[in-house]
Ligand binder design. Sequence first.
Ligand code: ADP
Ligand code: MG
Length: 481
Amino acid sequence: MSQARFTSCIPLPLEEKTLVGVIEKAKDWALMHGVGMRDKKNFTKDAIQIAPFVLLPSPFPRTEFNKAVELQQVLNELMHKVAHNDDFLEHTLQNALQVDEFTANLYEIWVKVRKEGIAQTLSLGLFRSDYLMQQPDGNKIKQVEFNTIASSFGAISSNLPAMNRYILRQLGCGDLIKNMPENKALSGLCSGIIEAYDLFGVPGSVALFVVEEVSYNICDQRFHEFEISETRPDIIIYRKTLNEIFEETSLNDKKQLMLDDKVVAVVYYRSGYEPAQYPSQREWDARLRVEQSTAIKCPSIHYQLAGTKKVQQALAAPGALEQFLGAGAISGRVRDIFTGLYSLDFDDSGERAVEMALADAERFVLKPQREGGGNNLYGADIREALLRMRHSRERAAYILMERILPPLVSGYVVRPGGPVPPPLTDLVSELGIFGVIIGSKDKIYSNRQVGHMLRTKLADANEGGVAAGLGALDSPYLLDL
Ligand code: ADP
Ligand code: MG
């Protein structure tokens, strides 16, 4: 099927000389304002290079953008309630837990901490709900996934619009800037960390960011630190890997997490969402220690479990949303953003899903219980995997999702080391809306929508991870269709 195309914010292509000139300006702007990443091939802490970005803001329908923004609080609350419903989590994850060791390890920590007695009832969620537009369905947004851990690009996405605005002005199109929505994701996300810190309420306590061994996406983490330090000079932030947390922290008799003789108030995970980040038992022990502590976790382990693909699929089953959101209009509005999601359990509906996918694999995406990009299967790989797993319990760890077919936009993707000028290419955009929630099982203290990100990839790429080098950061240009 041919995909419809949105009109770009200004007529493209640009004349080559103009294009080369503005790309040079854009790259310098990006480097000087933290639209950057560390070089994976020649890693050094002494330099950053540009993060891949789209030169001009990409078109996105205003009504659908607003819809996503308006739904965020509802989705925050939904995930908060799911995370606090032990029966739902257990029932939903039970089959996957038998075959997926990673999810099982997380779940085991959750069970253990519950048995011991929860030392911190508050959780902090810095969430991001991701959407593609479904073109055959009138370009309505459909949820791709809901991230509850290490939701990234709040910082770079807050920096980037000013670059797009600068370029539009340089092209003599400054009047278009009015169609670019304000994005305060960075300060919004940081306000969540600060609020959790204040709720913790121990003077002199510190915040701890859990980071990877090597952070390529360093701008997107450091800006949070800079922002918090600027707004709240009293809050000291540590960055530690799980292995360092194993080595350097302890629990005192009040179950406070101690680091350098200081009490840790908030633990913010920018790592810990994929198996490779737990290379040994030490990392799992560190995770358990943090969960056992009084520190407010972002996310707590039950938030992380609520963010699994399996939970997303279970929420699409008849009656599930109503269980959490009631039978009214709100459930209908959320259901509207779901696309077909199917379990692959060993029952009638699971068998039907396998048949459906084998008959027309192109219509679907096959997803394991993983985060971080690059794990899903498409097209012929789905057939192959399902034929292999058909009679194996392994298949219960996957979900089947209808493939969303987004409309095309044209644009220039600027990459480090990429061609100058870059070719004008067909792209598709994925919108992410950020949310902050803080609460316990019985009380929600804060719940808000705090900003957005747009990530754009080549139209023929299956996935668009920016850190993985496939996608590019972008800003929405709102269209009144
Ligand atoms: P991850 O947790 O690895 O980020 P996602 O569910 O977000 O997993 O999938 C990764 C990427 O795959 C998405 O950003 C999107 O580009 C693509 N993708 C995922 N689900 C779909 C879908 N149903 N239809 C089309 N593309 C999808
Ligand atoms: Mg994703």
